[in-house]
Design a protein around this ligand. Structure first.
Ligand code: ZN
Length: 174
């Protein structure tokens, strides 16, 4: 059976398809936990990373927006970023400013402007979780856990395999 849709309907259907494809990718990512192993789970959203041009400008703005003071700033030299943290209940907001003009955050802002950069999930065993995600077809951006801000071991997952969201796994360093 062939339906002829008007242009507006076609555009609408195209958009709808885009949303469905995105949602399927993200749901697949969220469901990638194997319930048979309860030790390896994405425990909670640990923090949300936001790329900003200037911490000096962004910190007072976010303090006003969130109604909570920035409790820590920290440089992560290996990533060429300066970070600022806010606590929002169980979750944190992490602002990221590039320390160099060609750092990853500078490149991100150049391409996409300031804004949402990544979502970080707490895990209890980052190596096990990395193995699992790799086996499930997600592309890890670092083969070994690396030292991130806030006393964490971190690993990033490529957004092209998670429905467009840069995902961070993070484990509290013991
Ligand atoms: Zn982060």
């Amino acid at each position: 059976m062939i339906f002829k849709f008007g242009l507006r309907t076609q555009i609408y259907l195209k958009r709808l398809k885009g949303i469905v494809v995105f949602s399927e990718g993200f749901v697949k990512f969220l469901k990638s936990e194997d319930n048979s192993n309860h030790l390896n789970v994405m425990e909670k959203v640990e923090h949300i990373g936001i790329a900003v041009r200037s911490l000096a400008d962004a910190i007072p703005k976010y303090e006003q927006l969130l109604g909570t003071p920035c409790y820590k700033t920290e440089e992560v030299a290996s990533e060429q970023v300066r970070t600022a943290f806010f606590r929002q209940g169980e979750t944190k907001i992490e602002l990221l400013e590039s320390m160099s003009p060609d750092g990853v955050i500078a490149q991100f802002i150049e391409k996409r402007g300031e804004g949402l950069h990544h979502i970080a999930f707490a895990v209890s065993d980052i190596r096990a979780e990395m193995e699992k995600k790799k086996a499930d077809g997600f592309q890890l951006l670092n083969a070994e856990p690396k030292t991130g801000a806030d006393n964490k071991l971190v690993c990033f997952i490529h957004p092209k395999t998670t429905g467009g969201v840069l995902v961070e796994l993070c484990q509290e360093k013991s």
